[in-house]
Design a protein. Structure first.
Length: 540
C-alpha cells in the first residue's frame, strides 16, 4: 500500500448558488521516498488538490462529493479535527505558494518557525531556538540568526519563502507538499533549495508532492508527473516517458511554452524618461537601551541608471540584493539619497502633493499579487481605483468599460470583474495586478517579478503582452526578476546587483553572452546551462 492514495477525488465549490468542480475524478499514489509532480496552468486544480489532502479548504463552501484520500491507512476525508491536527505540520507539512499571506504579520520569525516545534514536539523554548537556528542554516538564512525578533515584512520575498520552508521541515515530516516552493527565489537559491529538499528526502525517506509550473524542475527533480488541465489529470507517468514522448496535446503545449524572442529596438533619439544618479537607500540599525542608530544596512549603495522611452532595463540579482528597493526608491515610495529625474524634471525633493499628479505616469506591479489586492474589493473596484483617483472616466459605466478593456488585454474575461481576489488562482491574480497598473496608461512601470506566479505558457503570453504595450504606448520598464530567461526576452539593458551594489551592467547581449564577473557568470550558469548538479537537479 502506498503512503498516500488519492482515488477518484472530486472537489466542489458552491459559489453564489452555483456548483463548480475544481478537481474532477483525480487519482494518484505517493510512495515513501518518491517525488510526484503536479503540473499544469494556473487554475488547473493543482493547489486545490494539495489543499484537499490536508482538508484545508473552506467547508462547507468546498466539499468532496466523491473520492477518497488515504494517508498511511487513515481516511482524511471526513476525519475529525483532532486527527487532522495530529497529522498537519507533523506527518504531512505544506510549503505554501505565497509566503507573505501565509506568514502572520504580527508574529516574529522565531515564533512562527517555533510554533510547530512547541505544538507537536513539546520542546522547551531553548531547545526550540536551537532547532530554529539549525533550520535557518539549512534553508540558507544564516544571516537572519541575529534577527529572530524581526517580522515578515522586513524580509525580501525570497527570504520569506525560505522561512516558510523552514517551518514545513521543522518536524521532519513523512510527506511534504511543496506548492511552488521556488517561485519567489532567484536561480542560485532555487538550486540550493532543491538540493536541500532532495538531501532531506534521501535522509528521511520523505515523500514529496511537488506542485510547480516550472517544467525544468520537474524534468530533473521528480520521479513521476501528473499533468492537470481544468481539474482533470490528462496524462501521468514516469517523468522521462512523459517529457520525451508526450501523448496528450495539452502536455505538448506545456512543453513547447517558453518566453521567446527579444524586445523591439529602442527608437533612435528616444527621450530619457527616468534618470537616477548615485541612488542610495540606507536603513538604520538601532541598538542599546535608547535604541540609537549604531549602523546602517546599505540596501542600495550608489546605483546609476538611465531609462528611455520604449526601453526596458532588467534588474537581476539574488534575494536581498536591493532590486525591489531600487525600484521603490525611483518611484519615490521610500526615502533615498541621490538625484532622480522623471521626464527631465527633478523629483527627489517633491512632496506628497507635488508627486500625486505624476503617480498616474509612474506605476508598479508588485511581486505578491494576493498581498497587494484588497480582499474586500471586487476586481472592478481594484482596477478602477486609480481611474477614480486621477479623474479618468466620466461615469461608472465609462470606468467599467475601461476596466473591461484592461482585463481583456491581460487575458481575463470582463465578466470576471465582479468577483473577488480569493476566487482566482495565483496567476490570474497577477494578471489583475498588471491590469490595475496598465489601465492608467503610464509612461514608466516598475515590474517587480510580474511573471513569478505564472506558469510557463502564461509567462510567454504576459511577455508578449508587455512588449505589445511597450510598442503601442512607448512605455519604459524597470523589469525586476530572478527568471533570467524572462529578463532576456524583455530587456534591452541589464543591471546586476549584489548586496546593494552594481557588479555589472550593460546591454542584454553583453551581459548574457559575455558576462565579466564571477557573480554574473554564476547566475547565468544556473539559469541557462540546464545541467543536473551533483544532486541530480537544476536551478530552473
Amino acid at each position: 500500500m502506498s503512503l498516500l492514495e488519492v482515488r477518484d477525488l472530486t472537489t466542489r465549490f458552491r459559489v453564489e448558488k452555483r456548483e463548480i468542480d475544481a478537481v474532477r475524478n483525480v487519482s494518484f499514489d505517493l510512495d515513501k521516498g518518491e517525488t510526484v509532480a503536479l503540473v499544469g496552468e494556473s487554475g488547473s486544480g493543482k493547489s486545490v488538490t494539495a489543499l484537499s489532502i490536508l482538508q484545508l479548504l473552506p467547508y462547507p463552501t468546498a466539499s468532496h462529493p466523491e473520492g477518497s484520500i488515504v494517508y498511511n491507512g487513515q481516511e482524511m476525508v471526513g476525519a475529525s479535527d483532532r486527527q487532522l491536527r495530529d497529522i498537519r505540520g507533523n506527518q504531512i507539512s505544506m510549503i505554501f505558494q505565497e509566503p507573505m499571506t501565509s506568514l502572520n504579520p504580527l508574529h516574529t520569525i522565531e515564533k512562527q518557525i517555533g510554533e510547530a516545534l512547541l505544538l507537536h514536539k513539546g520542546m522547551s523554548r531553548p531547545d526550540a531556538r536551537k532547532r530554529i537556528l539549525e533550520l535557518l542554516d539549512l534553508v540558507g538564512l544564516s544571516n537572519l540568526k541575529g534577527r529572530l525578533g524581526d517580522y515578515p515584512h522586513t524580509l525580501s520575498g525570497g527570504q520569506r519563502q525560505r522561512v516558510m520552508i523552514a517551518m514545513a521541515l521543522a518536524n521532519d515530516p513523512d510527506v511534504l507538499i511543496a506548492d511552488e516552493p521556488t517561485t519567489a527565489l532567484d536561480v542560485t537559491i532555487q538550486a540550493q533549495i532543491l538540493k536541500l529538499l532532495k538531501d532531506l528526502q534521501n535522509r528521511l525517506g520523505m515523500a514529496m508532492l511537488f506542485i510547480t509550473h516550472d517544467l525544468n524542475i520537474v524534468r530533473h527533480f521528480a520521479d513521476r508527473v501528473c499533468v492537470m488541465n481544468e481539474g482533470l489529470i490528462v496524462e501521468e507517468g514516469p517523468v522521462a516517458d512523459v517529457f520525451n514522448d508526450p501523448e496528450h496535446d495539452y502536455t505538448r503545449h506545456l512543453l513547447a511554452s517558453e518566453p521567446k524572442g527579444r524586445p523591439d529596438p529602442v527608437p533612435e533619439g528616444a527621450p530619457e524618461v527616468v534618470e537616477a544618479d548615485d541612488v542610495k537607500v540606507y536603513f538604520p540599525v538601532k541598538g542599546g537601551v535608547l535604541r540609537r542608530t549604531v549602523d546602517h544596512i546599505k540596501a542600495v549603495d550608489g546605483v546609476t541608471i538611465n531609462l528611455k522611452e520604449s526601453e526596458t532595463i532588467g534588474v537581476v540579482g539574488e534575494s536581498g540584493s536591493g532590486k525591489t528597493t531600487l525600484g521603490m526608491a525611483i518611484l519615490r515610495l521610500i526615502a533615498s539619497q541621490g538625484d532622480i529625474r522623471f521626464g527631465g524634471d527633478e523629483i527627489q525633493g517633491l512632496g506628497f502633493k507635488e508627486l500625486r499628479p505624476l503617480r498616474r505616469e509612474m506605476q508598479i506591479v508588485f511581486q505578491d499579487p494576493y498581498g497587494s489586492l484588497s480582499p474586500r474589493m471586487s476586481i472592478k473596484d481594484i482596477v478602477a481605483e486609480g481611474l477614480k483617483v486621477h479623474g479618468l472616466g466620466n461615469s461608472e459605466a465609462a470606468r467599467r468599460e475601461l476596466v473591461a478593456e484592461a482585463l481583456e488585454e491581460v487575458g481575463l474575461e470582463p465578466a470576471m470583474m465582479d468577483r473577488y481576489p480569493h476566487e482566482f488562482s495565483g496567476g490570474q491574480r497577477q494578471r489583475i495586478a498588471i491590469a490595475r497598473a496598465m489601465v492608467l496608461k503610464p509612461r514608466f512601470v516598475v515590474l517587480d517579478e510580474p511573471t513569478s506566479a505564472l506558469d510557463m505558457s502564461v509567462q510567454a503570453q504576459i511577455v508578449e503582452l508587455l512588449r505589445k504595450l511597450q510598442r503601442d504606448h512607448k512605455l519604459a520598464y524597470l523589469f525586476i526578476s530572478h527568471d533570467l530567461k524572462v529578463v532576456r526576452a524583455m530587456s534591452h539593458k541589464v543591471v546586476v546587483l549584489k548586496d546593494g551594489n552594481v557588479v555589472e551592467q550593460g546591454t542584454a547581449d553583453t551581459i548574457f553572452d559575455a558576462p565579466e564577473t564571477d557573480y554574473t557568470k554564476a547566475l547565468m550558469a544556473a539559469a541557462f546551462e540546464l545541467q543536473a548538479t551533483e544532486t541530480g537537479v537544476v536551478a530552473t
